[in-house]
Design a protein around this ligand. Sequence first.
Ligand code: GLY
Ligand code: MN
Ligand code: MN
Length: 368
Amino acid sequence: MKARIEKIFGLLESPVDAIVLANSTEPHLDQSFFYAFDVPSGLFEGSVAIAKPDGHLDVLTSPLEATSAEEAAKGDPHVTVHAVSRDGTDAAVQKLLGPAATVGLHYRELTHDWYLRLEKALPKVTWVDATPAIRKARATKDATEIARLRTAAEIGSKAGLEIPSLLKSGVTELELAAEIEHRMNRHGANGRSFSTIVGFGPHGAEPHFQPGDARLKDGQSIVCDFGAIHRRYASDITRSFHFGRRDDEMKRVHETVEAAQQAALDTIRPGVPAKEVHLAAEKVIDASPWKGRLIHGVGHSIGLAVHDGWYYGPQIADPLEEGMVFTVEPGIYLTGKGGVRIEDDIVVTKHGYEFLTTAPRGYVEVAA
Ligand code: GLY
Ligand code: MN
Ligand code: MN
């Protein structure tokens, strides 16, 4: 934990005396709190982490999570856990910050309510935005984070492999989504990265479609997008299938998306501007009969959040770095008919990339 805190302080544009990471109530929890304080269990609503430039971390938590917090801090001389009541949190922050004159906050995730509370408790402090440093620190994952992301991706991959056996005439989107989530849990997930997407036929043409009671019919394509949480780290995988009667157009669409994904993957290595990854996939799709039907950026970083702060998009010049973990997820969306998206998780390595997801990506037809 000390190394992560020092990494954040080392990336600040100007020095601060401390950085405060404060959680509100679910879903307004700052995942950076869990970046600084690596604790596997507990919600930590209302908890606060105070990091100092020497790598020390004070964690203020309610008695609700004190056992997990103390367990996580055990043997680490750089972490001190303080169990405080909700009512006592502001006074404890005030005391622990002591004479600090300039304090960094994570503006991107801090609620306005927390900001007002901090201003009131410490009226003389100058608050500065530590978001760029936190975002940059979290962008390149350490070995522990990569191992967790790999496990999360393996769990998603195992569930993905089982989807063809779940495709039966008349199954509803909600039933299939529930089964995918159940399978991920059985494979070791302790949560889902986001609400599972299952779209049959025309619903697959909407990238973030939420499953409903539509039933699977002969001749439909299917998009399933899901992810597992393992030790707070998220995977994100999409597999597309075809059910029953062959549709030659959807088969060619699938093959084009596969080619687009490969073209994107082929660009990945340290130093490459993120937009190159997007543009490589877009070029393949725009040279096909489905020009313009890639309607989103071709990927995003994953980590403690499924959308972890970094994206590939046509304008994004940020260079890739070793240790970044991204999705690569081109798709083609045909309104009124269906969609195909193929999404994998990769880690950027010294000379290229390595897959974290392992489920096969090729065209799969399931008999009706
Ligand atoms: N699961 C949402 C996405 O792929 O970004
Ligand atoms: Mn994704
Ligand atoms: Mn996804």
